[in-house]
Design a protein around this ligand. Sequence first.
Ligand code: AMP
Ligand code: ZN
Length: 466
Amino acid sequence: MKLYNTLSRKLEEFTPIDPNEVRMYTCGPTVYDFAHIGNLRTYIFEDLVRRSLTYLGYTVKHGMNITDVGHLVGDGDEGEDKMDKGAKREGKHPLEIARMYEEQFFKDEAALNILHAHEVRRATDTIAEQIEIIKLLEAKGFTYSDEFAIYFDTSKLPDYGKLSGQNLEDKKTGAREEVVVDILKRNPQDFVLWFFTRGKYEHHILRWPSPWGEGFPGWHIECSAISRTLLGQPFDIHCGGVDHIGTHHSNEIAQSEAAFGGPLANYWMHGEFLLINAGRMGKSEGNAYILKTIIDRGYRPLDYRYLLLQGHYRSQVNFTWEAMDASHTALTRLYNAVLELQKTAKPDTDSVDNVEEYHEKFRAALSDDVNIPKALAVVWEILGSKLSAQSKLNLLSNFDSVLGLDLEHPPIVETTIPEEIKKLAHERDEARAHKDFAKSDELRARIESAGFEVLDSKSGTVIKTR
Ligand code: AMP
Ligand code: ZN
């Protein structure tokens, strides 16, 4: 199997450290709010990596953290702790917020058929392990401190930044936008290991004693501690979104390698971003959609998973409601095709078919840097082939262990109309009664873009599923 390794910037043959078990770590959510659909793209990418490895015969051990302290609004060391921000927004304690959104994240995972990590650990449950690493770094001379924080001194590590390919000189001259010059730091790319609850963090709610004084950990140290605790060091594959390359993952590597004198992970895989209408998604743009936005518009969560299966993880994917419509239609066709096959299939008829050709194509796609779009094309090829219904069903259920689309138990396509859509139909009737045809047309377009048909009848708007 070939995987693209960000560290070498090359496709590499994958060789696990222990042939009997692949150890894989993914950076988990910061649980201060709902995960947006961009975040969810990254977790689906990681799920596809894990499922592909399993399909190809590896046993995978998957570890993940939950960030419930220390991730500041800027991924560097600027701004408020995101947990405090969430707590203030909702008038609750940061840990109450953390548990609420952690639970919500697990629900999103289940709805999208993202396999839950075998081991999940919270940052707040591993403070002692984080302190141990900081102590080691201090003993080895990689830290310095002032009254506000303990910092990692990146100038002590000649290959700092090797993951992003940017050397220290580039960063010193400010080539990287995200490096914020902080007068307290010796080098702009140095980062905080431990914040003291003084100065701007005087009122930080979550705090722990440490050998250096009361405070809370910086964001990056939790992943060094948790990955080591769950998987050992080095482990095989470390995943995350592309935005983690320059700061978060570069800093994880720096800490773990400096403390323990060896690599943290052998393969670094990064998923590209989800764009919305070809632009950035974010709260300020008003398009930070969450899974509920998709469900409220009448789509199935797996319509979104299907949308993502059509793009390679190293390419940006552009989210539009038209693309969601197309995914809904394609997945419904797929479900209907499986339901038809189930009606006509006769067990024991597959022995005459040569199915190995399709297995081989599917395996080849996964082995080619987890090429899911290519693997998905094999599904449609099978449906159009001359294979018996039973052979087709066997292949589809086998492939679904990677695709995760519930193809073995396709839903009978939803015939009930969601409340939200019924409300829009009612508003449309009112607009028509007031002869406001512009508004009525706009409401028709909204109902249709959610995948429903609009018919006019004597008694008003009638909605049908497509
Ligand atoms: P966070 O909860 O902020 O720690 O982020 C969770 C994950 O979402 C990280 O792996 C990010 O790299 C990833 N991420 C953030 N924005 C996007 C986006 N627009 N598209 C894809 N992944 C993203
Ligand atoms: Zn991490």
